[in-house]
Design a protein. Sequence first.
Length: 258
Amino acid sequence: MPPLLRVSHLTKKFGGLTAVEDFNLEIKPGELVGLIGPNGAGKTTVFNMLTGINKPTAGEIIFEGKKLNDLPPYEIAHLGIARTFQNIRLFTNLTVYENVKTACHQIADYGILDSVFRTAQFRKQETAINAAALQILKLVKLYDRKDEIARNLPYGHQRRLEIARALALRPKLLLLDEPAAGMNPQESAELSEFIDWLRKDFKLTILLIEHHMDVVMNICNRVIVLNFGKTIATGSPAEVQANPAVIEAYLGDEEASA
């Protein structure tokens, strides 16, 4: 099976600082791959390059056979890559339903005049968008909170809403940037089950950045470890967890601070 995503020799420099150096990755459809490492290792920079926020200094990003290097973020999203952010980015003054509906509008193709004059095309597509937003909220178990203002949701539900909004883009590849940040062990366990369910039921391919090692070890098929922008290990969760270089650079520090 050919990879959904192929990243070859990806490098990003900011002036004299090399944030990511010679990064390589292949993800097959249906995989859930973890990307871990210390703070500042270059993980989010990888996500930013995959989604067009940062342009690579060198290397190549191929998604379903199409080169992404020079594409703007909105074109990459239309091709089927969606993401969440380390810091939750919701429309905090809008309702849960309105947050998801805004993302659903990417499936619309009516024009400005259709919107102004509320044509049959506009009404038909708005009906479909409303139904799609409500269906997503039902699937992620937020339907009963659809009329609540987003900022009033519990933290874990805000994370779930952000993922729901990403799902509204109908992605093939979902990038999750530290979805368990700030969660307690019980919330992290529930999130792990939720992400694994998403992968199976939505037939998604997922690339996950996460510091909660219980989440990574429980649901990832493979794990890649970055340190100072370089890949220092790759393998199964068990192999990575036992790797001396990973323990020295990352896991040892976590165990010492636990």
